[in-house]
Design a protein around this ligand. Sequence first.
Ligand code: ATP
Ligand code: FE2
Length: 328
Amino acid sequence: MISLGIEGTAHTLGIAIVEKINEKCKILSNESRMYKPAKGGIHPREAANHHAMHLPSLLHESIKKAGVEIKEIDLIGFSIGPGLGPCLRTVATAARTIAIKYKKPIMGVNHCIAHLEIGKALTGSHDPVLLYASGGNTQVISLLEKKYRIFGETLDIGIGNCLDKFGRAIGIPFPAGPHIEKLARKGRKYIPLPYSVKGMDVSFSGILTAALSLIKNESIEDMAYSLQETCFSMLAEVTERAMAHLEKEEVLLGGGVASNMRLQEIMKKMAMERGAKFFVPSRQYLVDNGAMIAWTAILMHEAGYRMSLGDTKVRQNFRTDEVEVKWS
Ligand code: ATP
Ligand code: FE2
């Protein structure tokens, strides 16, 4: 089965063509374009305009790169939520248009579940605890009784958002995460910051406020280092606790922040010390991408899910644990 997937929950528009062949995920193309605000944070309407503007050309590029014809595509998947309303509606409209024009079935996919499924498919992980660390989301997720349940999550902003806001305050353009990673490598001194783990949940806004109040007196490198060490240790703690409680022996990383090598190192060490396996897909499948949507759409379709156009209304606050996972 060949699927076309469109991702567009926030800043990234991604379009991919994916084939399921001998139970394996074969990515035929995975193209993306990212909206970068000139200054400040993401403006939902501007991001949506960016997606609308780039959609036709990116669609052509992705189809051309895959070397398929539209008639060979069996399914149209799109990110139905969670995400920014205007972005979601733009992508959903495009998906509906393609589905109607070419008479293809349509499938709205939960963005968070898609991050998890592409990670499983590309790394060979079977039953992991996923640390999903991105700009807007920070969750510890695992499959229990047919649902991807959230065992811990941020009580306020996502980890990536915390890094981006810190970056913006010190003049680093969006997305700040990769720049902060580079600065942190040069940090030498650990500056204590509030360590905010509450049961299985984490919180980043207090750390951000504390870090911002200290930037005048400390070097940027030391601050970046301390911010990363504090936030990533918190994530390792809650992920490890979920693994222990659930007796799961695999940890999988997902989301843009998971491309941070220091986070990978900490999580890998935690897994090894527990005798567990560590998995992480390559960067292009950690950040928002169309392949994860195309692939999850196939899994859902094959498990018997069907959607009429009336079912494709976008869901801004769509929770990971609302979907019954019939395919796993
Ligand atoms: P979601 O909609 O799932 O919340 P998102 O819209 O934030 O995702 P992603 O592409 O998954 O999109 O992640 C982007 C985030 O990842 C940004 O906050 C960015 O700063 C952060 N990021 C990217 N690379 C790194 C890195 N090397 N280190 C830390 N953070 C990173
Ligand atoms: Fe994402």
